[in-house]
Design a binder for this molecule. Structure first.
Ligand SMILES: [Zn+2]
Ligand SMILES: [Zn+2]
Length: 460
């Protein structure tokens, strides 16, 4: 689709605002500061106010029928809001319960479960209009609507932990803002201020990252997804754990997050990358995108940690000569850098099942396979509590990094990840094994939840 000129959009905005006002419609913002509306200055154009119709998947209630494709009417945008025409959205596994009505609570929880919400943890698209207070992006910009916001001003952003930006916690029922209406007048909200499962997203400035690329929509949607950002963040951002060139790396769990971590480890110059997953198709992709060794946890069983230590002990065990000995509390063997990316099952997979549906066992194994002095980055959503060998935990020298988005800084790092896509370093297509138009979102999400595909992208 041709990119609309900003002047054209502004005219459309004025025309639409006029039409809305003539129709006795909503409070149309008046265009202001047209003379500032140049490429060198932040956009101050009025929001496009339309009453525009668009399609979106709306979830409410409980059970498998909670998500339906609806025709919606857009509300006016204002303030720091940004209207984005969706190009692509990754179908994130952690969103499957809410979309398909699976798991405890049948997908709906409390007041949020009763509200009409558009799910979807992120997406990419083109900015169609911005509220008058928006400075970060302009109409016509291609953007990633990030799973993790970055305001740049809160306590966490200022202390260098933008992955923990406190706006991430402002997603409760009282924080969400209605962005559209159903035909019967029911207000519709964008979950997480994102709502990627629709033709239009209405988000806030803190959630958008401008990306300047001509990449195909599905590829861009893949690399900008919450999971790819977390995998690449963990292994290339050097914000938390440092993955040094020549390191030995283990990636536990090869969904789209782990497979992105495998690629990030390759890009960062790891000497060996051990990828661990029960699903053969995923181990095969891991080998294609950079793993040097793959292990099946069902085959290795209780010997998995020992196997990784054996594979990482190196050629030299002479302690006077930089050698690594066999293991134990202070031993040198084990992966220098571990990424854990398993988490709990929302539903039993139809592909090969892992050894523990809660995700706790692989989390513990990931910790134990890390070398003394090494780093472990955890990224998953497991269920329950973890028990670790206490002495290894207290004085074993392993440094644990926990955070959102693999510890990355969205505004700093997502453009870098897009550059990795454009340069061919990041292979998006190997991961996006299902790509569907918006109408087929539900069946693609079933492939995701039953793990019969690596991941899926919805294009709009
Ligand atoms: Zn997600
Ligand atoms: Zn912040």
């Amino acid at each position: 689709m041709a990119r609309a000129s900003r002047r054209g959009l502004l005219k459309m905005g004025i025309a639409a605002a006029g039409a809305a006002a003539a129709a006795g419609g909503t409070h149309a913002a008046r265009p202001e500061g047209g003379q500032l509306n140049t490429a060198q200055t932040p956009s101050r154009s009025a929001a496009v106010v339309t009453g525009r119709r668009f399609k979106g998947w709306v979830s409410r209630g409980t059970g498998p029928a909670r998500t339906t494709l609806e025709e919606l009417t857009l509300r006016p945008i204002a303030g720091r809001q940004v209207l984005v025409r969706t190009e692509a959205t990754n179908l994130c596994y952690s969103n499957t319960g809410a979309v398909l009505g699976l798991g405890p609570g049948g997908g709906g929880f409390g007041r949020l479960g009763e509200m009409a919400l558009i799910q979807g943890h992120g997406g990419v698209g083109v900015v169609e209009a911005v509220g008058p207070e928006v400075r970060r992006v302009q109409a016509g910009d291609r953007v990633c609507v990030s799973g993790t916001p970055q305001c740049g001003a809160c306590y966490q952003c200022l202390r260098g932990r933008s992955d923990m930006c406190q706006f991430l916690g402002r997603q409760g029922p009282n924080d969400l803002v209605a962005m559209a209406d159903l035909r019967d007048g029911t207000p519709v909200y964008a979950n997480s201020h994102i709502g990627g499962l629709a033709e239009l997203m209405v988000t806030f400035e803190e959630w958008v990252v401008p990306v300047f690329t001509k990449a195909a929509a599905a590829d861009l949607g893949m690399v900008c997804s919450c999971v790819a950002v977390a995998g690449l963040g963990a292994t290339t951002s050097q914000g938390t754990g440092i993955l040094r060139p020549g390191s030995t790396v283990a990636v536990v769990g090869c969904g789209p997050l782990g497979l992105s971590a495998v690629q990030g480890a390759r890009i960062s110059g790891a000497s060996s990358i051990i990828a661990i997953d029960p699903i053969k198709a995923r181990r095969d992709i891991a080998l294609k995108v950079g793993a040097t060794e793959v292990l099946d946890p069902n085959v290795e069983g209780d010997g998995l940690v020992a196997k990784v230590r054996d594979l990482t002990k190196g050629p030299n065990d002479r302690l006077w000569f930089g050698g690594r000995d066999a293991g134990g509390l202070l031993g040198g063997a084990g992966a220098d850098f571990v990424v854990e990316a398993v988490g709990a099952d929302t539903a039993p997979p139809k592909a090969e099942r892992g050894p523990d549906p809660t995700g706790i066992l692989p989390l513990r194994q990931a910790y134990e396979m890390c070398a003394a002095g090494g780093d472990i980055v955890t990224t998953s959503l497991p269920r329950g509590n973890i028990t670790l060998p206490a002495v290894m935990f207290t004085i074993g020298g392993r440094t644990h990094h926990a955070g959102q988005a693999g510890g990355c800084s969205p505004m700093r790092d997502i453009p870098r990840f897009v550059a990795m896509l454009d340069s061919g370093q990041y292979q998006a297509r190997a991961l996006a094994t299902t790509v569907v138009p918006i109408e087929r979102m539900r069946e693609a999400y079933e492939e995701v939840v039953y793990r019969t595909t690596a991941t899926a992208i919805m294009t709009a």
